[in-house]
Each structure stands twice: as C-alpha cells, then as structure tokens.
Design a protein around this ligand. Structure first.
Ligand code: C2E
Ligand code: MG
Ligand code: MG
Ligand code: MG
Length: 280
C-alpha cells in the first residue's frame, strides 16, 4: 500500500540521515583532538609572477591525516570546524605553524618568502584576531611583512563597517590582505573600494574554461582590468594548462597559482622547488 511505501521511504531516509549524522559526529570528535594528536600538517603551494616565472609567494593549505582514513579534504572538515567553533584553535595552530616554518626556512638559508594563510570568516570576526596574530608574530619573531591573510567575500555578510575595522587593524600590523575565491560570493563591488586589501584571487571556477568559454574569458579579463585600475594585484587560481597560462599572460594577469606550477607540497619538497623557482 501507499502507506507502507511511505513508511519504507521514511525509514530509508532516517537511516541515511542517522548514518551521516553519526559520521559527522565522529568527525567532529576526531577533529576536536586532532591538534593534540599531531594529525595536522601544513602543505605549501607556490604562486609565480607571470612576467618572470619567478616565485611570488606561497599559500599555506591545511592537511588532516585522520588515522585509518588518510588525508581528509579541508573542504570537508573546515566547514565543520567553523560550525563547531573549533576553527579558532585550528586557525591559531596553522598561523603558529606557518610562522615557525618561515623561521626554519630562514635558518636554512632559503630565500625569504611571503606566505598566505587562509582565514575563515568566523575566525576573523570572533575572538581577538589582531591580538592573536600579533602575539604569534612576537613569539616566533616573524616580521608581519612575511604574511598575507586570504579572506573571502563572506566577511561582508557581517557588515561592512565591522569588516573594514578588523581588516584595518590587521593591515596596521603590516600584514597584507587578499580576497580569495573572488567572484563567487557577495555580489556588491562597493567593498572593493572600502576594504583595505592588496590583492584579489580569481576563483578557479572562472579559470577552468577560460580558453573555451567566452563568458569565463570575459569575466576573467574584466576582473584583471578592474584589479589593475584599483591598484590591486590579481592572482589566477587553479591554472592547470599552458593554454590557460598564455591567456592570462596575454591579458596581463599579475600572478598564477595551480597544478601547472605545482600541487601543494610538504615543506621539505617546497624548499627544493623554491630554489628552482627563485632561479627561474
Ligand atoms: P583555497 O584557499 O581557495 O585554496 C585553493 C584550493 O585549490 C586548494 O585546495 C588547492 O589544493 C586547490 N588547487 C590549487 N591549484 C589547483 C589546480 O590547479 N586545480 C585544482 N583542481 N585545484 C587546485 P585544498 O588544499 O583542498 O583547500 C580547499 C579549501 O579549504 C581552500 O580553498 C580554503 O578555503 C580551505 N582551507 C585550506 N586550508 C585552510 C586553513 O588553514 N584555514 C582555513 N580557514 N581554510 C583553509
Ligand atoms: Mg586560499
Ligand atoms: Mg581560492
Ligand atoms: Mg576556497
């Protein structure tokens, strides 16, 4: 009967929901202890100047090696860390680890590099982010000029004045600010004028079909022109092919990042790659 079918469907969905809720809870619990158990690692991906091919900086990308499950994508666990409030502790760990890494590379004689760290919106607006950052800089002895913070357009949803105030404080420390995943979030361009930012990163969804889709080509070209007119550096994310690179070069994009140059890699491998890119 229809009732029986309905009941079956109901049970099927509750079972699925329960399974995913259980898996999620397990992930949340594991994530809670991941710092203590030293399961996090920071990988680094190079960015290069399009005009010279030389290294312009690195982006720090968090990796979670979850026992029995291997590496879990940050796309899976960062949202959970945000919802549960764990992002504060995790984000602080990332910042400290990156600063320690900068000092290690310096001690090894690796040419000084600027490192970009992703900051989630919740991390930015909660707690005392400026104090946290300046504390870590003092504790590790890293100059503020060695850091870039990558934020997304969702900070605007917290209100423009709030975002401007926090970012201005961070900028006063001497840290640069980049807008990540540009073009995918908040739709107003007003904030570009008001936010104290240094660069914008064109989201890789626009770059993917840049050579075949006229709309994506137009959007990318327009972002590059707008960035230049506003005095911002423009970085293209997710560059995988030489055709994409050539398009971006022809349209005067400043920097590129993507698998074509290198995937994110652990610190030891990145040090070797940095030497090669320095000499390029
Ligand atoms: P994102 O900041 O936009 O980072 C770029 C993502 O694109 C990285 O994914 C990187 O591995 C990937 N990528 C780079 N080049 C290419 C390419 O050529 N092709 C393709 N298909 N992908 C490319 P990942 O490492 O999985 O990180 C995903 C997202 O997780 C990041 O996006 C960022 O939003 C977030 N995330 C990563 N680490 C942290 C962190 O320490 N803190 C916070 N709050 N978020 C983080
Ligand atoms: Mg990023
Ligand atoms: Mg991005
Ligand atoms: Mg992203």
């Amino acid at each position: 009967s229809a009732k029986a079918r309905g009941g079956g469907t109901y049970h099927f969905f509750t079972k699925m929901m329960n399974e995913s809720a259980v898996a999620r809870l397990a992930m949340e619990n594991d994530l809670r202890d991941a710092i203590k158990r030293e399961q996090f690692e920071v990988y680094y991906q190079p960015k290069v100047h399009l005009s010279t091919g030389r290294l312009s900086g690195l982006e720090a990308l968090l990796r979670w090696n979850r026992p029995g499950r291997g590496f879990v994508s940050p796309m899976q666990f960062i949202p959970i860390a945000e919802e549960t409030g764990l992002i504060g502790k995790i984000g602080e760990w990332v910042l400290r680890r990156v600063c320690q890494q900068i000092i290690e590379w310096d001690a090894q004689g690796v040419a000084p590099v600027v490192v970009a760290v992703n900051l989630s919106t919740r991390q930015l607006i909660e707690g005392r982010i400026t104090e946290t950052i300046s504390g870590i800089l003092q504790e590790t002895g890293v100059a503020a000029s060695r850091l870039v913070l990558e934020i997304t357009e969702t900070v605007m949803m917290q209100g423009m004045n709030r975002a401007v105030a926090i970012l201005t404080e961070i900028r006063r420390l001497g840290i640069q600010i980049a807008i990540d995943d540009f073009g995918t979030g908040y739709s107003s361009l007003t904030y570009l004028k008001r936010l104290p930012i240094n660069s914008i990163k064109i989201d890789r969804s626009f770059i993917r079909d840049i050579t075949t889709d006229p709309d994506d080509a137009a959007i990318t070209n327009t972002i590059i022109l707008m960035g230049r007119n506003l005095g911002l550096r423009v970085i293209a994310e997710g560059v995988e092919t030489t055709e994409q690179l050539e398009f971006l070069r022809a349209h005067d994009c400043d920097e590129i990042q993507g698998f074509l140059i290198s995937e994110p890699r652990p610190p030891a491998e990145i040090a070797i790659l940095m030497e090669q890119l320095e000499q390029a």
